[in-house]
Design a protein around this ligand. Structure first.
Ligand code: HMS
Length: 236
């Protein structure tokens, strides 16, 4: 894909974040990876959404180094780059937000259980909460790279990133991914909705509610679920 076209796609994906109420001010970021060139395009750091343009998007290589662009790339670029290096054969878009319900579960340090089919239609099992970076890791690397924690956490817990295209990073917030930036935004929207439903379920249940086991292990509707990956139902 031509970089001009990719910049436009990533710009539109970033503009969908405030449109769906997932971010305020300059929080959050979206990117998309072009396998052919081995480059990805990401939102610039610290720029208000109403000041963004396709031309302000930043082109980076898989080391997270700027290849084209006048502005600094998002402070989460190391995480996006790591996810593309490790999962770039599976995913083509990454989104990070500070959406309030998902961040609440991340700050509580809890996985989001699959309490119902709305969750299970998109995420085939609980949405995991991985540990945040330690002070030493941040000091040492001087970058916000939670990609290693995410990828190693999925491997340790034997979670397929295609089946569960979302993660909570403790005391930080959610990352989602998909076949492209649009699919990653789609999963970010659904993630915050199911995070809200799960929180309310526990409020109504006055604590942890019973979560049907069949929704935790594998999805009984997998063949019909609208998971943006499997291109069925509400294929996205
Ligand atoms: O939470 C953080 C930094 O702690 C970032 O995800 C968020 O502020 C977005 O930063 P960028 O504007 O993308 O650099």
């Amino acid at each position: 894909m031509m970089l001009k076209e990719l910049r436009e796609k990533v710009y539109e994906a970033n503009m969908d974040l405030p449109k769906h109420g997932l971010v305020v001010f300059t929080w959050g970021n979206a990117s998309e990876f072009d396998r052919e060139s081995g480059l990805f395009v990401i939102k610039p750091s610290g720029v208000d959404y109403d000041k963004l343009s396709p031309e302000s998007m930043v082109v980076c290589d898989l080391d997270g180094k700027v290849v084209e662009g006048d502005l600094n790339p998002s402070s989460d670029t190391p995480t996006h780059a790591y996810l593309y290096r490790e999962w770039g054969d599976k995913i083509g878009g990454v989104v990070h937000t500070h959406s309030a319900w998902a961040v609440s579960w991340a700050q509580a340090g809890r996985d989001i259980p699959a309490y119902g089919t709305t969750h299970a239609d998109y995420f085939y099992g609980p949405i995991p909460c991985m540990r945040g970076l330690t002070e030493e890791e941040i000091e040492e690397a001087y970058e916000l790279n939670t990609g290693k924690v995410i990828v190693e956490g999925f491997a340790e817990r034997d979670i397929d990133p295609i089946a569960v295209p979302a993660v909570l990073v403790r005391n930080h917030g959610p990352f989602t991914w998909g076949k492209d930036a649009d699919a990653a935004v789609y999963h970010a929207v659904v993630l915050d909705e199911v995070a809200k439903m799960a929180a309310r379920t526990e409020m109504l249940q006055d604590g942890v509610a019973p979560a049907p086991q069949y929704l935790q292990d594998k999805h009984y509707l997998r063949k019909h679920g609208p998971n943006a990956y499997y291109g069925q139902g509400g294929a996205h």
